[in-house]
Design a protein around this ligand. Structure first.
Ligand SMILES: *Cc1c(COP(=O)(O)O)cnc(C)c1O
Length: 384
């Protein structure tokens, strides 16, 4: 048997099914009941009690003081960046190994991403790469550090918790604090993930969650901004609801806002889904064990497991090909796709995408290796 055939056989045995999508939501009767209850109130859109209930449940789950529900994770990231002061022509430090939305949110502010490498231990931003990059480009200025090569201000940093594995936030923050750079976490994939007992998305000035259909908990589409800063939360609420001033009947908007508020109908689905979070994490951890069991001795690579002092939600299960086996990646992905198993590579690193190819960038050796060696496996939770 060829190594790729044997690998896929083992994946199928571990997952317990011959065909499988990469990730599908778990929707049960609680979800149907709650959505139906919302439909019966008639409040399906931007007014209604489920949005508030969902936000309260999020603060309970994450320990953040405030959660502002939004129409997507990208919207939450965009407002998070605006509210920590990112302005046109600024630069924002982000990993190149992330979903394109991280960079797009930066671009929506009129700013440019500045790419930093990731590390093997967490798959998230590498504090050493961040430090080296800042030491090479950053100079202290009146309104914060700026990039002496481009002349632009370095306004924020967005670490991302890859596939739900917490990034080394303490290491990253130590570097950022030296330069006074604000941190906004992209915790889109990390609901239910903890670092040193603390929830991802609560370490920076703000953090973004996503509830897209492929995430661990879904509202159909949606996101939330987490923060402990009351002023930031209230400005996020205002900006996400077209900056409308509360008034019994007048339409007064005091700045250019956004239509980023989560609809009540989506929040209703989210209220039901959030109750399953621990069940989902437990199911994903069982799946991890099954993969470790079946793929442990396969001889071409390893299943990635959570960094030390962390509890990962294992949103996506990741197999990393050993050095020397990179050439198997495309064969495995093609063969899987032809036979009904949805496996996926790492995102094409952002510095290799046309819209971001000219952005400033640190050396990215780990990102480039990961992009040749990562294979994500079917990861849906199954609830018995
Ligand atoms: C899903 C995701 C987002 C965007 O979330 P949406 O709700 O789809 O807008 C941002 N960053 C990362 C890393 C993601 O995985």
């Amino acid at each position: 048997m060829s190594p790729s055939t044997e690998f896929l056989l083992r994946v199928r045995e571990a997952f317990g099914s011959a065909t499988a999508p990469l990730h599908e939501p778990v929707i049960g009767s609680l979800e149907r009941q709650t959505v139906d209850q919302c439909l019966q109130t008639g409040f399906v859109s931007s007014v209604g009690s489920f949005v508030v209930e969902f936000e309260n449940a999020l603060t309970e789950v994450t320990g953040a003081r405030h959660a502002v529900a939004m129409s997507s994770g990208t919207a939450a990231l965009h407002l998070g960046l605006l509210l920590v002061g990112v302005q046109p022509s600024d630069e924002v430090l982000i990993p190149s190994a992330t979903f394109v939305a991280t960079a797009n949110a930066v671009t929506y502010c009129g700013a440019t991403p500045s790419f930093v490498d990731v590390e093997w231990a967490t798959l998230g931003m590498a504090p050493e790469s961040l430090l080296e990059w800042l030491e090479r480009i950053a100079v202290a200025g009146e309104s914060g550090p700026y990039n002496r090569i481009t002349g632009n201000r370095i306004a924020a940093c967005v670490p991302m918790h890859t596939f739900g594995h917490p990034a080394d936030i303490e290491g990253i923050r130590q570097v950022l604090d030296r330069w006074g750079i604000p941190m906004v976490e992209d915790a889109a994939e990390a609901l239910g993930s903890l670092r040193a007992q603390r929830h991802c998305g609560t370490f920076g000035q703000a953090g973004a969650l996503s509830f897209n259909g492929n995430k661990i908990v879904t509202t159909g589409g949606g996101g939330a901004l987490l923060t402990d800063d009351e002023d930031l939360a209230s400005r996020a609420r205002h900006l996400s609801t077209t900056a409308k001033i509360a008034h019994p009947w007048e339409y007064i908007h005091d700045q250019i806002g956004f239509n980023y508020r989560m609809p009540n109908l989506n929040a209703a689905l989210g209220c039901a889904q959030l109750q399953r979070l621990e069940e989902m994490v437990a199911s994903k951890r069982r799946l991890l064990e099954a993969y470790q069991d079946r793929l442990g001795g396969c001889g071409i690579g390893q299943i990635f497991s959570e960094p030390a002092h962390c509890r990962s939600n294992y949103w996506l299960q990741t197999f990393i090909l050993d050095e020397g086996f990179e050439n198997l990646r495309d064969e495995i992905l093609t063969h899987a796709s032809d036979t009904g198993l949805q496996l996926r590579p790492l995102w094409r690193p952002l510095h290799m995408l046309k819209p971001y190819s000219a952005a400033p960038s640190a050396a990215l050796p780990v990102t480039e290796q990961l992009s040749r060696r990562v294979i994500n496996l079917p990861s849906s939770a199954s609830i018995s």
